[in-house]
Structures are given as C-alpha cells and as structure tokens.
Design a protein around this ligand. Structure first.
Ligand SMILES: Cc1ncc(COP(=O)(O)O)c(C=O)c1O
Length: 393
C-alpha cells in the first residue's frame, strides 16, 4: 500500500493523463524523460546548488513559542515564506526550468492564480535568459497587483485570461491552449501537483525537499524525524504534497489538509473541493472536482487567489477518499482572523492561502506534547491590500 504515484501516474483511482491527442507528444516526451533526468548527477548538483545559493534553502523550522502557548501544543513553522520570491513555488520552478533546458526548450509558459507561481517562473526564466509568458485570470490580475508588477519587472509577458470566472482554472485553460499550438520549443511549467501525468508526480518530487528538510530538522530539535501532525493549505496541493512527501506511507504521522470554504461550504461561493467534489476530469487529470449534476465545472470562489481552484491534485483526492488525510475547510473570515493572529503573536504576516492552515488551530484540539508542523507556504506582502481593506487598517 502506497500513497505515491504508480508508473502511470495513478494515486489509487485518481491521476493518469486524460489529454487531447494534440497534447500527447508534449506530455509523452516529458513522461519518458523526467525520472531519468532527475536522477542524473549533473541535474541533482545543479538543482541542489540553486536551492541552496539562490533560493536560500534549507528554510528554517521555527518553534512558534507564543502560538504554542496559546494553543497548548508544540507548533513548528516550516518557513517557506523565506524562500527567494516569498513562497514554496520556486522549488518547483527551479526544477522545471532545469528540466526544460535539458529537453532543449527555448520558451516557457505558465499559469498563475495568486501570482506566486508566475513570479517564481518569471524569476527562473530571467535567471536562465529564457522567454516567459504567464497566463493569469483578469480577476486575479486585479487582486494580486504587486505580483503582476513583479512579473513584468522580471521581463515576463502577463496575458489575461478573460473566460469563465477569470481566475486560475481559466488561466490554466489558456496555458494548455498555448502549449497545443507550440508543441516543439515550449515547456509548460505547471505550478502545482495538478495536470496530466507526469506533472503531479514531478512537481511533488521537486517540492519533496520540504519534507526531507523537516525530517532532518526535527531530529535535531526533537530527537525524532516524525511529527504527530503535518498541516498545509491545499489549492492544487503542491506545498501540501511537499510537506507530506516523505511521510506519506508512514501512518504514525497525521496528515491535515486545509481547503478554502470561501463564504461557507454550502454558500455557493466556495473552493472546498474535497467536501463538494465528485470524480471527474480537469486539466488532464482524473480527480475530485466541483461540478454540476451534468458534469459542468462549478466556478470556485475564495478570498485567496491561490486556493481558488475547482479541483485538487490526484494525490490529495486519494488521501481524502482513502481516509489517510483529514480534510478541513476554512472560510474567508476564519482565515483572515488567523492571519492577523499569526502576525501579532509571532511577527509573521502570512499569505492568505497560508492563513487558512493556521485557522484549524481553533477547530482541532492537539495534545500538549503533540508535535505539529504547519507549512508556512508564503509571505503576505502580496495580500497587504486585501488585509488592509478587510480589517480597515
Ligand atoms: C503562498 C501560497 N500558498 C499556497 C498556494 C496554493 O498552491 P498549492 O496548493 O499548489 O501549494 C499558493 C498558490 O498560489 C500560494 O501562493
């Protein structure tokens, strides 16, 4: 029994590659090469030295004293907010740009919601001198303006997605369309553990540096590699996949995944995919997704652009249906309150996506000697205006 992908990219019944024929050569080239390339010593060396010297890894595992005091348990924060560009997304984009170069690609496309993945992609393209086009929903362009400016400053072209809810799902549709039209010289850097095989597995492997570091850091601090619980927010699921990766098959370690309930799970304005989702296919992957009776995708909603997605990666769909993971949905209001609390108790302003993970502390009672690791997936600079408007600061 494993919670990792099999060689066809299935996690239980979820995953695989459900793609139009015109996309087949692109994903097939990647599928045939990704594992071999990731194992080449020159690839491993380049990836690890960029993570160390450019991204600033390892990120600290910080014991949150005042937060632990308040909730009467031992809370550690994995500080992905301290990565260069301010979130975990760059772990994946460094890996994928090195992959694209080895596959001889000269142009990069990406989708983005919160803009963190867009910035991380624009950053590595600048680093390598490669052309970069980022698709972003029109709504997200408005609510994540600082990140749009950063992408442009880094030399990327930001193309608005104008269809559907004009958010992450629609940006992903546009990126896939571009890739179909540019199959030879373009690599699509997907920003989460979503999409057709091999993306979910490849992105999870690049993000697995998070759990690898947690293991070593917990040995140093607590004398054991294992926490009692791991907590992460889930949009597509990449920071969560990276946090869980080395613990997936170790059932002594509890897994808690936190989704966005928006204005309430049953309000009609939500992105609580596991609670509301049914089996279906989105962006090339069989997974849980929010849909109508006739299988039309339901428009998602969350105050946080990075969680505003109607599907979830296949790894997480399997963690949910198998019961290996506990899934909790958090509303906009609960997340915003938790973000303010973290700012004032620990001096760390989190991204609104990340704030969702902290809000579970008011729901889930931990024991005083439990070790709880919360992945602090990103910093809140991009969300300052939303916090200011919400709290009338
Ligand atoms: C800081 C932060 N955390 C979490 C997410 C959600 O993405 P994922 O579920 O792939 O980690 C995003 C997405 O943009 C993000 O910017």
């Amino acid at each position: 029994m494993t919670y990792h992908a099999d060689e066809k990219g299935y996690y239980g019944q979820f995953g695989g590659a459900y793609i139009p024929e015109m996309l087949y050569p692109n994903t097939e080239e990647l599928r045939q090469n990704y594992l071999q390339i990731m194992e080449e010593p020159s690839f491993v060396n380049e990836f690890q030295s960029l993570l160390r010297d450019y991204v600033g890894r390892p990120t600290p595992l910080y014991f949150a004293n005042r937060l632990s005091d308040k909730y009467q348990t031992k809370i550690y924060l994995k500080r992905e907010d301290l990565c260069h560009t301010g979130a975990h997304k760059v772990n994946n984009t460094i890996g994928q740009i090195l992959m694209a170069k080895r596959l001889g690609k000269r142009r990069i496309i990406a989708e983005t919601g919160a803009g963190q993945h867009g910035v991380a992609t624009a950053t590595v393209c600048a680093l390598m001198g490669i052309e970069c086009v980022v698709y972003m929903g029109e709504i997200d362009i408005a609510r994540q303006a600082p990140n749009v400016a950063r992408m442009k400053m880094l030399g990327a072209e930001v193309r608005p997605a104008l269809s559907g809810s004009r958010t992450l799902k629609d940006a992903t549709n546009e990126a896939i369309r571009d890739w179909i039209n540019n199959p030879v010289d373009t690599h699509y850097i997907i920003g989460s553990v979503v999409g057709p095989h091999p993306y979910p597995d490849m992105v999870a492997r690049f993000q697995a540096v998070i759990s690898e570091e947690i293991q070593a850091q917990l040995i140093e601090k607590e004398g054991t590699p294992n926490p009692d619980y791991l907590v992460a927010c889930v949009g597509g699921g990449s920071n969560a996949a990276g946090t869980y990766y080395h613990y997936l098959d170790n059932e002594d370690v509890g897994i808690i995944a936190v989704e966005a309930a928006g204005k309430g799970i049953h309000s009609g304005d939500s992105a609580a995919t596991s609670a509301l989702g049914k089996v279906g296919i989105i962006h090339g992957s069989k997974t849980l997704l929010m849909q109508t009776q006739d299988g039309q995708i339901t428009e998602p909603y969350s105050i946080s652009a990075g969680l505003d997605y109607p599907g979830v990666g296949p790894m997480h769909a399997n963690l949910y249906t198998s019961g290996r993971g506990e899934f909790i949905s958090i509303t906009d209001d609960e997340a915003m309150t938790a973000g303010l609390l973290l700012s004032q108790l620990e001096g760390i302003i989190p991204a609104i996506e990340t704030s969702h993970a902290f809000a579970i502390l008011d729901y889930k009672k931990f024991q005083p000697d439990d070790i709880v690791v919360i992945n602090l997936s990103g910093r809140g600079d991009k969300d300052l205006q939303t916090y200011i408007d919400y709290f009338k600061l």
